[in-house]
Write a protein that binds this ligand. Structure first.
Ligand SMILES: [Fe+2]
Length: 432
């Protein structure tokens, strides 16, 4: 196993990178020469249509030992396990607030893929709308098992255990406190550094996650482009047997290869996996009174066809100074059109005094009222409003224009809190 500190990265969100694991392999001045050095094959991977606007276009040229067409032969359907895809006709949105204690460890001897379970879906993968949130628990490396998701881009947010993400375009080290994004259609495998790894995964069927518009905030706040890290080319020329699993239209298929699919020796372009350290998020917030809408915490956004109405936003709530005067400082009560799914990486989220733990999940769908629980409300209305730095929490949210539909598996778990709504029971009439 490579020590995580030894990985090399290129930086800058969406940059046009070029990288080669062997010197002189990348063609100069053209993409598709008659012959590539060393007999490598030229292949293009696109993440957007050829005619997409230039500022949203994603594609990379890769130079590899075998073309990918050799990887997708003889795909045979396999059992989906607990992986579901929107529209999931087995599940339905539930008209109440939902919250789960930390998700179960499932059984032992799972790798990242076999230990992947879908918590909720929304939208429709074939319409390239919406997404899914999965939970993973792994005690084994994938090793000679590789995966490719053609339905959506994957955002991994672990809360326990370090991961080595091996991809066609290079390798990423990902630990709790980081996110990693793997574009749709890029093959990868995940190995463990520690004995166990757990985390959340968002599968985004829509437009690739992008930096959100910043309007009056300008370029230098929240997630900064230079903090996004991309891998350098690294290839595996072993001839060891590899089982490739592909997710296509919600179904899993598998094929057995006689070699590693991670055989890209060099690549250039702006479609690539990447990672981001969450504590580099330079949050902005209130400095006088009240606080802006929580959209100020948006780290990445998947746009929909309606401007400003996200297919999927990824939002990070992190430790910050609270200084607002004569203000109720936690999030206010709200009934929003957008649908929220939250997770907790570490720490205590300030709107929930208890019951929301790392590894847990909550769902507050469109127009399902929610907000600070009774204890958090009581504390915030009585608090001394001097400057105070909040708890060192990393809470995350995937917020979508589409309602989250929990899977029957998630709804059947004993970890589902049947008393969650009671957290607001003490909010009685105070007026009069
Ligand atoms: Fe909310």
């Amino acid at each position: 196993m490579i020590p995580m500190a030894d990985f090399i990265y290129q930086t800058g969100f969406g940059n046009q990178f070029e990288t080669e694991a062997e010197p002189g392999v990348l063609p100069v001045g053209q993409n598709s020469p008659q012959k590539v050095k060393g007999g490598l094959y030229t292949e293009q991977i696109t993440g957007t249509a050829f005619t997409a606007p230039r500022n949203s276009m994603r594609r990379s040229w890769v130079y590899r030992m075998r073309p990918s067409v050799r990887h997708f032969s003889n795909l045979q359907p396999i059992d989906n396990g607990l992986i579901r895809t929107g529209p999931d006709h087995e599940g339905t949105p539930v008209p109440t607030q939902l919250r789960w204690d930390p998700f179960p460890a499932s059984s032992l001897n799972q790798n990242w893929l076999t230990g992947l379970s879908t918590v909720a879906t929304n939208g429709d993968s074939e319409m390239q709308a919406g997404g899914a949130v999965h939970h993973f628990v792994a005690t084994q490396s994938m090793e000679d098992l590789a995966f490719v998701d053609t339905d959506g881009e994957l955002m991994l947010v672990p809360y326990e255990g370090r991961l080595v993400v091996r991809t066609e375009l290079g390798q990423l080290g990902v630990a709790p406190g980081y996110l990693a994004v793997i574009p749709r259609g890029v093959k990868f495998a995940i190995d463990l550094v520690d004995s166990t790894a757990r985390g959340y995964v968002c599968e985004n069927y829509g437009a690739a996650f992008d930096l959100p518009e910043h309007g009056l905030l300008g370029p230098d706040a929240n997630a900064l482009p230079r903090d996004f890290e991309y891998p350098v080319a690294k290839y595996d020329d072993s001839e060891s047997a590899t089982r490739l699993v592909a997710k296509i239209s919600g179904r899993l298929y598998a094929t057995d290869l006689e070699h590693s699919p991670f055989d890209v020796v060099a690549w250039h372009g702006n479609l690539s996996p990447y990672r981001y350290e969450l504590r580099r998020f330079c949050a902005v917030g209130p400095v006088i009174f009240d606080h802006p809408d929580p959209s100020i915490w948006t780290l990445l956004s998947s746009a929909s066809d309606s401007p400003g109405t996200a297919n999927m936003d990824f939002i990070l709530f992190r430790e910050h100074w609270r200084v607002a005067e004569h203000t109720f400082r936690p999030p206010w009560f709200h009934s929003n059109v957008m649908s929220e799914l939250m997770g907790l990486i570490e720490g205590i989220y300030d709107a929930k005094a208890e019951g929301f733990l790392p590894g847990g999940i909550s769902i507050h769908n469109s127009f399902i009222p929610h907000g600070p629980d009774s204890a958090a409300y009581e504390a915030a209305t009585q608090a001394d409003l001097g400057p105070v730095k909040g708890p060192d929490a990393l809470a995350i949210m995937w917020e979508s224009r589409y309602r989250w539909s929990p899977t029957p598996w998630a709804m059947s778990l004993p970890e589902l809190q049947d008393d969650y709504a009671d957290r607001w029971a003490n909010l009685g009439r105070e007026y009069g």
